[in-house]
Design a protein around this ligand. Structure first.
Ligand SMILES: [Mn+2]
Length: 471
């Protein structure tokens, strides 16, 4: 094998020295000097101050993360770590926020390379001509209202002196390696703190979630309009319709849409979405649009594909709706996180007894050492919502699962019933039915505000809404 035989890995043609030289000159400056600060820039400073106050005298390092390979030389579309965006407002790849022991913040970024280097036309991942224009350091500084430095200076900025340092690990392998010596138990506490600081949403964040819910509501209406076309194709058609709305008005979907017709509704995270859409069946749609600021909604509705619930479908739907009502009634500052789940499960356990499927009394099934009703409820009744669909998942149980609701929490309420198609312990007519209503809720000083009230809750209202949209 000759040396040139080993020149593999690209389908690009070689660049002659003359072309390389020619490409370097004749370009306009293009720096944008008059960029206003982004709206979020007024909020990120106070967030960083809260983080610093939690760990005063320590250096704190929060990376955005980089491109993740999908296959071969293709990457997934980049999405930064939520803590990084929350603290900076930035969404570019490879950035690293450093908060110094005195609280001063610097954002290390991979800026647009100038056109005296060949990166702009040679680099398929980062080059302007391949990937689009990245911001310069000056542009990012103006938009984000935080000092910026080149990523290449990160290593020297972090070296020198024994500064106590905490790192959000597992996000950027280069940062993990650079600060391998500083790794310790403090990093786990740091990751938990970054999640816990985001539990209570500020006013700007609440506005973003409201936008996500509004886009999602329009996406659900699109899905109803598309039901005739889906009946000729598959669940995929509806997945695409919702995704179009999410991309058009937002950034993306906040998680893979669950488009579950017929018995697929009994699979909690059905995302293959390749089944038929048939009159007489139900469609369970669990989907959320992510705003361009990266906040997501997470809403579920169950729709009768024909436009009308059967009597049995209606009974089950209304049972889930009553469980959801019972959960909502528990929501107020100071209430235990687990209280709304318990309230919903009590309604469902009694409902399951009425359906004749419980092998014991509902109270026996609800006992701590039993839980037999859970064969048909399967999961918890809600989770925090925000930049991530399962927001703040790294928070300690004492502040979340075993904690109490606070004003400014945003969460989902989604008790459901799931009857597997192969469950021999239930009547045949229940098999393959899955039912869930999922609401997005803000905890307020005097209780809660239903954010997802642009979509119908009651069975009759679902039918009327579908009829109005389809006609
Ligand atoms: Mn959810």
């Amino acid at each position: 094998m000759t040396r040139s035989d080993l020149n593999t890995g690209s389908h690009d043609l070689p660049v002659s020295p003359a072309l390389a030289e020619f490409m370097l000159s004749g370009w306009a400056d293009g720096e944008q000097h008059d960029l206003p600060a982004d709206d979020v820039a007024g909020w990120t400073g106070p967030r960083r101050a809260r983080l610093h106050a939690r760990f005063p005298g320590e250096r704190l390092v929060i990376p955005a993360g980089g491109f993740k390979p999908r296959s071969n030389d293709q990457h997934y579309r980049f999405r930064p770590h939520s803590a990084y965006t929350w603290l900076t407002g930035d969404q570019s790849s490879d950035g690293v926020l450093v908060v110094e022991p005195d609280g001063e913040a610097t954002l290390f970024l991979r800026p647009r390379s100038d056109r005296r280097s060949g990166e702009f036309f040679r680099d398929r991942v980062y080059g302007d001509l391949w990937a689009g224009r990245r911001a310069t350091l000056g542009e990012s500084r103006r938009r984000l209202a935080v000092p910026t430095r080149h990523l290449a200076e990160l290593e020297s900025a972090l070296s020198g002196g024994a500064v106590p340092t905490r790192v959000l690990r597992g996000v950027d392998p280069r940062v993990d390696a650079l600060l391998a010596d500083a790794a310790g138990p403090g990093d786990a506490e740091f990751a938990a703190a970054l999640a816990e600081l985001r539990l209570v949403k500020d006013a700007w964040e609440i506005g973003q979630v409201e936008q996500a819910v509004a886009i999602t509501t329009r996406g659900f209406e699109d899905v109803v309009r598309a039901l005739p076309a889906a009946k000729r194709t598959s669940e995929r058609y509806l997945e695409g319709v919702f995704w179009q709305r999410a991309r058009l008005e937002g950034n993306d979907v906040g998680y893979n849409s669950i488009v579950a017709a017929g018995p697929h509704a009994a699979t909690l995270h059905w995302i293959d979405n390749d089944g038929p859409v048939r009159d007489g069946d139900l469609l369970l749609l669990d989907a959320g649009a992510e705003t361009r600021s990266l906040y997501t909604a997470d809403i579920t509705r169950v729709l009768p594909i024909s436009g009308r619930f059967s009597p049995l479908q209606r009974d089950l739907y209304e049972l889930c709706r009553r469980a959801n009502d019972a959960a909502l009634e528990c929501l107020k500052p100071g209430a235990e996180w687990r209280a709304f789940h318990r309230a919903a499960m009590t309604v469902l356990a009694y409902g399951l007894a009425d359906l004749g499927v419980l092998p014991c009394s509902p109270d026996e099934a609800l006992a701590e050492d039993s839980g037999l009703y859970r064969r048909w409820t399967l999961c918890g009744s809600g989770h925090m919502l925000g930049l991530d669909v399962h927001d703040c998942a790294a928070a300690r149980a004492s502040t979340y699962l075993d904690g109490r609701l606070e004003t400014g929490h945003v969460l989902t309420v989604e008790p459901g019933l799931y009857f597997q198609p192969d469950d021999e312990l239930i009547p045949a007519e229940l098999r393959g039915l899955g039912m869930r209503i999922e609401e997005n809720v803000l905890i307020t000083d005097d209780g809660y505000r239903l954010l997802s009230d642009g979509l119908p809750r009651q069975a009759d209202d679902v039918e009327a809404w579908m009829h109005r949209i389809a006609s």
